[in-house]
Design a protein around this ligand. Structure first.
Ligand code: HPA
Length: 283
C-alpha cells in the first residue's frame, strides 16, 4: 500500500478505536468559527494529538481536535483547527484530515476560512460564498502516485464547489437576511501577508479573496468525490487596499466580530446539507 494511504488507514483505525460515529457532513471551522462547537450538540471530542502521526496546528487561535455531534439533526464531524501548508507539513499531511473525514463516512464538506478581500466592492466583515478557486500557487495534494482507492488520476474540477450546495447556501443566507458576497478564492502559501503588487496580480487573475488554506482541501475532497462548498469571512481588505498594516490580530478580531452571523449561516446551511447528503448518484 502507498505510504500516504497506509497513514490514512492507521489514523482511521485510531479514530475508530476512540469513537463509533458516522458523520454525513464534515465542517472545517476556520478562524473565528473555532467556538462554533457551542452552537452544535457535541457528543465527543478527539484531540489530533491522540491520533498517531496526525498533523497538529501551531497557529494561535486554532485548537486541534475533531468534534463529533449534531447540527440541526445532521451527524457532523467538525475540525476545530486545521493545519496550513506554511507550517511546514507536506501537502499530503495538510489534506490528511479531509481524507480522514471522508474515510469516516462524510459525503459533503463545508469549508470555512478567514480571507483578505481583493474585490474592491467587499468590506471587512463580509461573508463570501466561495464559487470557484485558484490553487495553482500551492502544490497539488494529488501529486505523486494516484491513490486509486480514493479517486481517479485526472479528476474533473469544473464544478469544484457543488452548484446545488452553493444554491443552498444562497437560500440559507437569504432566509436569515444575511448579506452574502460571492467570488473566487485564491490560495497562496503564506505565511507572510501579500504585497500590494501580489494583490494586484491576484485581482488580475480573477480572485475576489485571498487566503492560506482551503483550496488544497477542496482539491483533495473533490478527488474523493465529496461534494464541496465553502464560506469565507472577509476578515480584512487585502494588502494595499487600505492604509492599515495587516496583522493576525486584525484577522482574528474581525472574524470574532462576525462569528455570530457566521454561526447562524453555518447552522442553517447544514440543516439543508443534511437533507442533501446521500443524494449524489441517486435519481
Ligand atoms: N491574506 C492572506 N490570508 C489571509 C488574509 C490576507 O489578507 N486575511 C486572512 N487570511
Amino acid at each position: 500500500m502507498n505510504p500516504i494511504e497506509e497513514k490514512l488507514e492507521r489514523c482511521y483505525a485510531d479514530v475508530k478505536r476512540s469513537i463509533d460515529f458516522t458523520p454525513r457532513v464534515a465542517i472545517v471551522l476556520g478562524s473565528g468559527l473555532g467556538d462554533y462547537a457551542e452552537t452544535a450538540t457535541v457528543e465527543a471530542a478527539l484531540p489530533y494529538s491522540e491520533i498517531d502521526g496526525f498533523p497538529v496546528s501551531t497557529v494561535p487561535g486554532h485548537k486541534g481536535r475533531f468534534l463529533f455531534g449534531y447540527v440541526a439533526g445532521t451527524p457532523v464531524v467538525m475540525m476545530q483547527g486545521r493545519v496550513h501548508y506554511y507550517e511546514g507539513y507536506p501537502m499530503s499531511d495538510v489534506v490528511l484530515p479531509i481524507r480522514l473525514m471522508r474515510r469516516m463516512g462524510a459525503e459533503i464538506v463545508l469549508l470555512t476560512n478567514a480571507s483578505g478581500g481583493v474585490n474592491a466592492a467587499f468590506h471587512a466583515g463580509d461573508l463570501m460564498l466561495i464559487t470557484d478557486q485558484i490553487s495553482s500557487f500551492v502544490p497539488s495534494p494529488l501529486i505523486g502516485p494516484n491513490l486509486e482507492a480514493l479517486g481517479s488520476r485526472f479528476p474533473d474540477m469544473s464544478h469544484i464547489y457543488d452548484p446545488e450546495l452553493c444554491g443552498l447556501i444562497r437560500e440559507a443566507a437569504e432566509r436569515l437576511s444575511i448579506p452574502l458576497q460571492e467570488g473566487v478564492y485564491l490560495q497562496l502559501t503564506g505565511p507572510a501577508f501579500e504585497t500590494p503588487a501580489e494583490i494586484r496580480m491576484c485581482r488580475g487573475l480573477g480572485a475576489d479573496a485571498v487566503g492560506m488554506s482551503t483550496a488544497c482541501e477542496a482539491v483533495a475532497a473533490n478527488h474523493m468525490g465529496m461534494r464541496v462548498c465553502g464560506i469565507s469571512c472577509i476578515s480584512n481588505m487585502a494588502s494595499g487596499m487600505t492604509e492599515t498594516p495587516l496583522s493576525h490580530e486584525e484577522v482574528q478580531e474581525t472574524a470574532d466580530r462576525v462569528a455570530p452571523l457566521f454561526r447562524k449561516l453555518v447552522t442553517e446551511t447544514v440543516r439543508q446539507l443534511g437533507a442533501c447528503a446521500g443524494k449524489r448518484g441517486e435519481n
